[in-house]
Write a protein that binds this ligand. Structure first.
Ligand SMILES: [Zn+2]
Ligand SMILES: [Zn+2]
Length: 96
């Protein structure tokens, strides 16, 4: 790991590319049935052959539909996500 982790927002790293992964993306992994490995959203999207944004929407709708995912999702405050400024954050709540 050469990339320094910005603040204490990302608790995990991607098993494939080493990118920092926040708890919400970890929940998306679980929602998509990735339990052995943990991927960042880009790697997950490549796995599923979907654009990252579509994959995030898909995973979120699943998370919202299950209390066991939704509760920890809501408990995690994604507001300080450093990726928001780059428009690369997929861990925010959907507006609707
Ligand atoms: Zn990755
Ligand atoms: Zn984010």
């Amino acid at each position: 790991m050469t990339t320094p982790l910005p603040i204490h927002f990302f608790d995990y790293t991607c098993d494939r590319c080493g990118a920092p992964v926040c708890e919400r993306v970890q929940l998306m992994n679980l929602a998509l049935n990735y339990e052995e490995e943990l991927f960042c959203l880009d790697c997950l999207a490549a796995e599923q052959d979907m654009p990252a944004e579509a994959l995030a929407d898909f995973a979120k709708s699943y998370v919202y539909s299950r209390d066991c995912f939704k509760n920890p999702w809501m408990k995690f405050d994604a507001t300080p996500c450093p990726k928001r400024t780059d428009g690369l954050c997929f861990c925010q709540d959907t507006a609707s």
